[in-house]
Ligand binder design. Structure first.
Ligand code: 1GP
Length: 255
């Protein structure tokens, strides 16, 4: 029983890494980068120092695309491959785990809990490890803000974000993710990250619009535990920006 409701091996591994400092997740969209291309990106990202691969995208995702990418990635790297779902169509048995996340500030109950109610039996049947996460969109929110029918937390409302994050923790979610939206012109404000970090005890994930080393340094300084980058990885092909971000995480880990 306790094993069924407790932390699985992927989450335990993340917790161990987090005990020694912040970590970096590389987000790969299996529609833009299918199969072998996803595996090449993952191998490069891990060689540069990234700690896990997230597989997800906001449109056109199917279990076949996720499954093929996850299989190819698992042949190349030993870090966890974790599904960052857009819905039930993202669920594939080939991944190591799934972020089982509720979009807390959506107006659409589908994205808060109803899709989860339909997906949960499949996740259990496939034996996928579910990592419970509260997902909170901060303005501008970009595409996930629109598709997710979100009442985005304003950029000058750190207390609003902290309220959602603390509610997530009190509901038993073991990670909180602050999302500015993929391709956001600016990441989540440092003041928001700081307020949330001070409010909660569980690890804080931050993503959306992180493109440079200084962006990463600011967010890490404000207390982010996990940085997620997607656009900088795929558009610039693991270029200077990606490397600088991972180096900042590495520097923070060695302090
Ligand atoms: C999106 O937070 C992630 O869900 C990553 O955003 O593509 O802007 O890096 P970017």
């Amino acid at each position: 029983m306790s094993e069924a409701v407790g932390r699985g091996p992927v989450e335990r591994r993340l917790d161990e890494l987090l005990e020694r400092g912040p970590i970096h997740f590389t987000l790969i969209d299996p529609e833009k980068s299918p199969g072998a291309r996803a595996a090449d990106l993952a191998a490069g990202a891990v060689a540069a120092g990234s700690h896990a691969i997230l597989l997800g995208g906001s449109t056109g995702i199917t279990p076949e695309l996720v499954g093929a990418a996850a299989s190819a990635i698992r042949r190349r790297v030993t870090v966890p491959t974790i599904i960052f779902p857009e819905g039930a169509g993202s669920i594939a048995r080939e991944a190591d785990a799934i972020l089982f996340m509720s979009l807390l500030n959506s107006r659409n109950l589908e994205l808060v809990v109803r899709a989860h109610a339909r997906a949960a039996p499949l996740v259990r049947r496939l034996g996928l490890e579910a990592i419970p996460m509260g997902y909170v969109v901060i303005a501008p929110g970009m595409r996930v803000g629109e598709v997710g029918e979100v009442d985005a937390v304003a950029r000058d409302d750190p207390a609003g974000a902290a309220g959602y994050a603390l509610a997530a923790e009190m509901l038993g979610m073991r990670f909180v993710y602050l999302e500015a939206g993929s391709g956001a012109p600016e990441p989540v404000p440092a003041a928001t990250v700081r307020a949330v970090r001070e409010a909660i005890r569980v690890p804080l994930v931050v993503g959306g619009g992180i493109r440079t080393g200084p962006d990463a340094r600011t967010l890490l300084g404000a207390g982010a535990n996990v940085l997620v980058t997607g656009s900088v990885t795929e558009e610039e092909g693991l270029g200077e920006g990606f490397r600088a971000i991972v180096q900042e995480v590495e520097r923070a880990r060695s302090r």
